[in-house]
Design a protein around this ligand. Structure first.
Ligand SMILES: O=C(O)c1ccccc1NCC(=O)[C@H](O)[C@H](O)COP(=O)(O)O
Length: 208
């Protein structure tokens, strides 16, 4: 079954909805974003997340100290690097990691093979911020991918309407959503549940 990451959660109600519906990862935004929260707020929310649901801290070009502080305070399971962080920086920090790639061309897809991380997240380029634009990128560019599908998380403009098509076309290990589970700019528990239920009905190529 495909794994689901729900990103940019700020409220207890939405964290509970994601956990109950079966999210695999919950993402906290620590970079500049309309979804940004403090380490202190994230650590409060982390207390209601059971151990089997993994907490992801999302950063854009952070300092080492910021990452270490967040991992410690929030008890992060993964660090998501959503900027232009180099592989040496990620390796040096040594935490379980997700590297995001903004995909506009085949070169962006090929760049992923320079990294040694736990998961590779392919996303549309950001608009106001480095991610979370709600835009879909050209999935056919991932035909050039040399990364095993068992390490791929697909993001960018996913929602309950297009996630099944995305899974059928790409066969990712996981899917990631932020804008697609919001109404009027805030997270919506019903949309979170609907997204997870819809995505979870699909088998990935990894299991076929
Ligand atoms: O969500 C943001 O506002 C954001 C800002 C800056 C860097 C990354 C950000 N989001 C990271 C994510 O993992 C999002 O879930 C991903 O970009 C997909 O977002 P969406 O297209 O809105 O579903």
């Amino acid at each position: 079954m495909v794994k689901v990451k729900i990103c940019g959660l700020k409220e207890e109600e939405h964290v509970r909805a994601a956990v109950e519906a079966g999210a695999t990862w919950i993402g906290f935004m620590f970079a500049q974003s309309k979804r940004q929260i403090s380490f202190e707020r994230a650590s409060k929310l982390a207390q209601i997340i059971p151990e089997h649901v993994k907490k992801v801290g999302v950063f854009v070009n952070p300092t080492e100290q910021q990452v270490r502080e967040a991992v410690e305070l929030v008890g992060l399971d993964y660090v998501q690097y959503h900027g232009s962080e180099e592989t040496q920086f990620i390796k040096k920090l040594g935490y379980p990691s997700i590297k995001a790639f903004s995909i506009q061309s085949v070169d962006d897809v090929k760049r992923a093979s320079q990294y040694e991380v736990d998961y590779y997240l392919f996303d549309a380029p950001g608009t106001n911020f480095a991610g979370g634009s709600g835009h879909v990128f050209d999935w056919t560019l991932l035909d050039q991918l040399s990364i095993p599908k068992s390490k791929v998380i697909l993001a960018g403009g996913l929602n309950s309407e297009n996630v099944c098509l995305a899974i059928a076309q790409i066969n990712p290990f996981g899917v990631d959503v932020s804008s697609g589970v919001e109404s009027n700019g805030t997270k919506d528990s019903q949309l979170i549940k609907q997204f997870i239920e819809t995505a979870s009905q699909k088998l990935t190529g990894v299991e076929k």
